[in-house]
Design a protein. Structure first.
Length: 205
C-alpha cells in the first residue's frame, strides 16, 4: 500500500514513446548507454548507479541489466574488457564504442526528455516514510481498521500505525478530496494489491 502526498501534477512522459525511431534497443539498454556515455563502468556499478538515479524506485536486477549489456555488445554499441583481480572476483568493464556514441548522439532530444523526466520524478516523489513487513490476514484487517480511524482525524502520526518501524515520525494531514487508486495485479508469479491514496496538501500560511 502506498500513501502519498502530491503537489500539482506534473506532465508524465511515456517512456516507450520517447524511444528513437532509428535505435534498435529497449528502454533499459538506452539507460545503460546513457550511463556509459559518462564513463566506463563494470556491471554491478551500472546496477548500483541506476538504482541511485531512480532514488530506489526502480531496482534493476542482474537478470535485466546483463542481458541488455550482452545485446549492446553484440550490436557493437559497447565493448568490454575483463579486470583480473587476485583477491576478489574478476570484473567485466563496459565502455561505449564509437558506433554507440554516434547512435546516442542522434538521440540527444530523447535523452534530454528522459533526463528531465527522471529529475522531475525524483523531485516530486520524495520518500517521507517507508515501511515494509509481512502480516497475517487478521493483523492486516486490524491495520486497515486503525488506518480508517486515523483518516477520520484532521492529522495523525503515521508511526502510530507502524510502531516497530525505525523510520522517524511523520505527520499526515489528509485534505479533501482524496483520490483512490486500486490495482490488483500479477507479477513474478505473485498476486499483489497496490492501493494509493493521493491528495494535495494545503498551502502553508
Amino acid at each position: 500500500m502506498h500513501i502519498r502526498l502530491t503537489h500539482p501534477p506534473i506532465r508524465r512522459v511515456d517512456l516507450p514513446r520517447l524511444m528513437p525511431h532509428g535505435m534498435k534497443v529497449g528502454a533499459v539498454s538506452l539507460w545503460v548507454l546513457l550511463l556509459l556515455s559518462e564513463k566506463p563502468m563494470y556491471g554491478y556499478e551500472i546496477i548500483r548507479e541506476l538504482e541511485k538515479r531512480f532514488a530506489g524506485y526502480w531496482k534493476p536486477k542482474t537478470g535485466t541489466i546483463y542481458p541488455a549489456l550482452e545485446r549492446l555488445e553484440e550490436n557493437k554499441l559497447v565493448t568490454s574488457r575483463v579486470e583480473f583481480r587476485e583477491e576478489a572476483p574478476d570484473r567485466r568493464h563496459y565502455a561505449l564504442t564509437e558506433k554507440g556514441q554516434v547512435e546516442l548522439a542522434s538521440t540527444m532530444t530523447y535523452w534530454t526528455k528522459m533526463t528531465e523526466m527522471l529529475e522531475n520524478y525524483r523531485e516530486t516523489h520524495q520518500s517521507i516514510f517507508r515501511h515494509k513487513t509481512e502480516l497475517g490476514r487478521q493483523d492486516l484487517s486490524k491495520f486497515f481498521l486503525q488506518l480508517a480511524e486515523a483518516l477520520r482525524e484532521k492529522s495523525f502520526d503515521i508511526k502510530s500505525l507502524f510502531q516497530d518501524s525505525k523510520e522517524k515520525s511523520a505527520r499526515i494531514s489528509p485534505t479533501d478530496p482524496v483520490a483512490l487508486k486500486f490495482l490488483y495485479a500479477k507479477e513474478d508469479h505473485k498476486l499483489e494489491v497496490h492501493m494509493e491514496l493521493e491528495w494535495t496538501p494545503l498551502p502553508k500560511r
